[in-house]
Every structure is written in C-alpha cells, then in structure tokens.
Design a binder for this molecule. Sequence first.
Ligand code: CUA
Length: 312
Amino acid sequence: MADGSLDPQGPAAESMADLWWLMLSLGVAVFVIFAVVLAVGLFRRRPPEASEPGAEGPRRFHAWMIGAGVAGPLVIIAIVFGATVHAMRGIETTAPPGALVIDVVGHQWWWEVRYPEEGITAANEIHIPVGRPVALRLTSADVIHSFWVPALGGKLDMLPDHTNILVLEADEPGEHVSRCAEYCGLQHTLMTMVVVAEGEEQFASWVAARRQPAPEPADDTARRGRDVFIGTGGCASCHAVRGTTATGIVGPDLTHLASRSTLGAASIPNTPANRAEWVSDPHDLKRGVAMPAAELSPEDLAAVVAYLGSLR
Ligand code: CUA
C-alpha cells in the first residue's frame, strides 16, 4: 500500500512534495554554508597584523551582516513564499467540472461515505476512478476531525457546522491509507480508512455492485443471522442493511460489509474470526467505541457472523 506524502500519487500531493523538497534543499544549503563559514572562522590562523586596528575589518563585517544576515534570508524567504503561493494556487478548492462528488462525514471513530449522484452509502472505504478529479465534501457529525490521504494530497479539517471541499486526483491505480489528522478522542489513532484508486471500468462495476441491495441470505444459518441482526440482537437500531428493515444511522452502513477489506475503520482485516470478535466484544479491539458488546448465544453469534459474511 503506497502511503506517504513523499511518494505522491496525484497532482495535489505532487505539488506539495515538490514544495517540501525545495524547502529541504534550501535549508540544507543554508546549513552547509553556515557550517563551512563557522569552521573557517574557528580554525583559520589569525594573521599577526589582524590585531592592528584598521578599516578593513569593520568593512568586511558590515558586508557579512548585510549579505548573510539580511539579504540572504530575504531572498530565501521570498523564494519559499513565491513557491508556496504557486503551489496553493494550483490546488483546487471548488469542485471542477466533471468531478466525482463524494460526501465524507467524520464520526467518533469512523467515516461515513456517500456518493450522492450514484446513490451509494458506504463506510471506511472510498473507491475513486484514476485520472478524474474527485471533490470530497467534508463535514463531521460530532467533533472536529481531519481528512488526510498523504499519498494523494493535503489534509483538511472536517467541521461539525461547515462543509470543506478537498479536490484530489489519483494518477495510478493503488490502495492508500487515510488517517484522521486531528485529535478527536480515545480512538483517534484507529480512525483510518482505505482509499482505492482504480480504472474507470473497475470503478463503474464497483458502483454498480454497491447500488444493489443486500443479497438474500443463501442458507439457514445466514437467514437466522439476519433475523437476530434485525430482531433480538438489536444491531438494526444502529446499522442499516439496504433491502432489509435495518435502517439505523448511528453506525456504519453494512449493506456490503463483506466486500470491504477492513473492520473497525480500517483497524483490523475483515476476516470471519475478526468479525466474530468484533461483534462479541468491540471494546477489546477498539476501547471506547460506541458499539456495545452483543450479548448473543454462541449459535446466534455464529449466525450473525455468517450473515455479515454474506453481505457482499
Ligand atoms: Cu477523527 Cu482524529
């Protein structure tokens, strides 16, 4: 998984990485010049006549003061300022025409993802087509979070009472990690997400599959799991599974849960064992999470896990 702002995978991240390298090279150059001048000053032998008072000393001192102390820093700051303004102007802050619009809502501690034009609701996993700008409309349902996919662009705050727009684009197919970049409580560290950049065709088939309601359970165990999920288990009061009577909005939409690669906001791999552990004791995996531990008989737990596994 490519993951880092110094391994840019899109135009916005690239301009920021270029700016970072420029600042690093200027900083290194200044440090090297400073170190050389300091070394020369420390180790050169004083000529015997230097102790004699004369006009040469003060004049050289003034030249150094004005050159290295005033003019040099001004030039360097002007270069960095110009490059920063240039990079900022190159980054879009409104949705460009033809952009894919995705609404992302931060929750403690997961990500709600909606594609308004495609009519899709997902969670903790964003799919985007390669080579097409994506306008993310960012907001929060509770505290301040911050959206950040280091490989694709800069971070932007997710505020409860305001929508910020972040425009990203991926140059190549790949999977990237997104992290919450604003401390938002106990599980801020485990507020992660997977961003999958894929070809237009793959993306279109992902969209088509996500638009479908949840598949009918194929066997008795999964059917029993669905009944527990909607009934006695109480899962449906927080989670939605499209195509069923489960329409909760407190927790992530689980319509296609089994097709996602992770659980718990990208904190653990989505395997049957982890699903069972998550349902029976989510606090063991992610302390402080809003989901209560389900009090289910072993048979009901196995049935719910089988049902969740059928939600492709
Ligand atoms: Cu959400 Cu930190």
